[in-house]
Design a protein around this ligand. Sequence first.
Ligand code: ADP
Length: 427
Amino acid sequence: MLLGCIADDFTGATDLANNLVRSGMRTIQTIGVPSGPLAQDVDAAEVDAVVVALKSRTTPAAEAVAQSLAALEWLKRAGCRQFYFKYCSTFDSTAQGNIGPVAEALMQALGAKLAIACPAFPTNARTIYMGNLFVGEVPLSESGMRDHPLTPMKDANLVRVLQAQSRGKVGLVPWTAVAAGEQAIRARFAALEAGGARLAVVDAITDADLHAIAAACAEHPLVTAGSGVAIGLPGNFRRAGLLPQRDNAAELPRVNGLAAVISGSCSQATNAQVAHWIESGRVAVRIDPLAIAGGKDAAADALKQTAQQLKAGPVLFYATAAPEEVKGVQAKLGVAEAGALVEKALAHIARGLIAAGVRRLVVAGGETAGAVVQALEVSALKIGQQIDPGVPWTATSGAHPILLALKSGNFGTRDFFVKSLEQLDRP
Ligand code: ADP
């Protein structure tokens, strides 16, 4: 086990794991800190990296620190050599944290003198220049993140943002040094450290920058970043002779069984994906939150209604609805209540589908995926081939694996549901 990662949310963890697999590391994602050793379910000798998915982005800082330290302890015991704290590519955080406090607590636990902070992910149009984070063509503070309900980002200057939530001094590795390559970055690290800095925001505009930054961090006990810098870390392990060239990092067990799709996301992308499925003439059952609130057991009814159809081909179960309809439901039931009621019904359907022989399941929606994974008592996922950017197929661990594709809101092309299931049948 080479790399131990701590991610501050579930879909972010998958995004990171996906990048590691694509760079040739066999990667497992765990849901929370596992209660026992990984060896219970997985052969640890067959794993190069583990990503522990936490839900610590917006919890109180002390709680995020405690969870992250527990994850670190577990990863250390699993034998990891280097550690990675993964946050969002838009540096989602509040004035209280949690990026600074978690980074500093992990540094202290690892005896790290300096750690980078680099959310850049040029592939997704997140770049950093002179410490300023850009989303596409605009500074972070002019992007949609300005109005985020939980973590509004009103300052694009990451040195300032991180300094406000850190005890130690925060410095900058400017793009001039990054563009000059690994040795220039290392020299800048040394200068910052000599000047008393503990955290270094690092500029990055291209994937080549990310590779140079990763190379300069080869001996750092801790790397803090978005999922971008991870594309360069496998190269470090390879150069050190620790990681063989792997062509099969994305290999999952071949699993036969019935297939289904569960959709609880109401994003624009997911609405289009549900429409595509229905237009293509496939079987789809709508789950109506108001009917459930009226006392109907919609989940049991839907399962009963589709029992025969499921044997003939994949069935879609969806609560997905257009924004006006969702608002109407929320006005009648309350936002949180409506969400919880739908998630409970979809989780019930997931359990019913597995009992009916489904072994290939696509789930749309971040919260929905969380509810399904919890209902199926999934503790770890092996990450497989990418379907669309940020969304890979995964397999549950253990003797009887289930294949899961967990798609967060706006990800995936219009034909995502059909495409993901078809991908499994390709040789
Ligand atoms: P996304 O990844 O798009 O944000 P999530 O699953 O995280 O999707 O969030 C969608 C939320 O909306 C869930 O809590 C889900 O239960 C809820 N929901 C789904 N369908 C409806 C609906 N028809 N009316 C109200 N709420 C809904």
